[in-house]
Design a protein around this ligand. Structure first.
Ligand code: NAG
Length: 307
């Protein structure tokens, strides 16, 4: 009895030691669990979006069912939260299914809100995660931007599709994106430019086949537009009216023959100035140059590259 009474503190201290060791080891495991649980929740959110309904991939229903089961099942023991099955993990880490036997973020690289799909032999834009902010798919074989291509991607700020074979852009392909600021479609075969959102800051369509008669982007309503690159196209006119905040306008190597006083300035208002426009390029156009002085009279700085 005496021995066992004295032994109690020993047992307690051993117990405490074991507990401390056990807790020390389980900390990283718990962190890991948290990560896994978070990922699982994200998957759930993503899959609820109506965005996915617009794609008719045959296996979509199966994929959606799987993670819902795994979220419900583990509730019996807290431990089993740590082991969601691989389907829900894959779906979440690698983004939506492309229907090409590989989810988007295995085909491409997803980092934060950015999705990089450069040089991937893509013929279509893959379905993007709902929270995509920046999308890069340079040097692929994309031909057609459809109404549905970027549908419901309401976080999208920047799209770069340089060096594809884009010849067709549907009427509503871009104009419903509420945060779009940068659109880079350089080195494609774009003939017709549809309406773009008024939130645009940079538009780069250099080296395409744009004709003035097929340009309907609505530049005049883009109060934040600063950079407009339209060199190496088939434009007959400077696309006026240009927004007041415009800083850079590249129109070299087009088919522009005339420049009017009202192209940049206001023939009825000699006090009108464009304080921001400082880089205009019109070289490589069959321009009648005698108007140049008057055409630039409202620009406080001599524009560069007007030779
Ligand atoms: C795209 O949407 C616009 C407007 O909603 C519609 O007029 C046009 O026909 C659509 N184009 C295609 C190819 O679905």
């Amino acid at each position: 009895m005496v021995v066992s009474l004295k032994g109690v503190p020993v047992w307690v201290s051993v117990l405490v030691l074991v507990l401390v060791l056990a807790l020390g080891r389980s900390d990283p495991v718990e962190d890991h669990e948290d990560v896994l649980v978070e990922l699982e929740l994200d998957t759930d959110e993503d899959l609820d979006l109506p965005f996915y309904d617009s794609f008719d991939y045959d296996d979509m229903d199966q994929e959606i069912d799987a993670p819902e089961e795994t979220v419900v099942m583990p509730k019996e023991t807290p431990q089993s939260n740590a082991s969601p099955d691989s389907t829900s993990l894959d779906l979440d880490l690698f983004g939506p299914d492309t229907g090409l036997g590989m989810p988007t973020c295995l085909l491409c690289t997803c980092l934060g809100g950015s999705v990089y799909c450069d040089d991937s032999d893509l013929e279509d834009v893959p379905p993007l995660p709902k929270d995509t902010t920046h999308f890069y798919a340079r040097f692929n074989k994309i031909e057609h931007i459809k109404n549905t291509t970027f549908m419901n991607l309401n976080m999208l700020q920047s799209i770069d599709l340089t060096g594809n074979d884009i010849s067709e852009i549907d009427e509503a392909a871009f104009r419903l994106l509420p945060l779009l600021q940068q659109l880079v479609l350089a080195d494609n075969d774009v003939k017709m430019l549809p309406q773009l959102p008024t939130t645009m800051r940079l538009i780069d369509l250099r080296n395409n086949r744009l004709k003035s008669s097929a340009m309907h982007p609505g530049f005049q309503d883009m109060s934040g537009l600063e950079y407009l690159y339209l060199s190496d196209n088939d434009l007959d006119y400077v696309p006026t009216p240009l927004p007041l905040g415009l800083r850079v306008l590249h129109l070299q190597n087009n088919n522009i023959q005339s420049l009017l006083v009202d192209t940049f300035c206001d023939s009825h208002d000699p006090t009108f100035i464009r304080p921001k426009l400082e880089d205009i390029r019109l070289d490589g156009n069959p321009l009648n140059t005698h108007l140049f002085g008057a055409a630039y009279s409202c620009l406080p700085r001599l524009p560069v590259g007007t030779h």
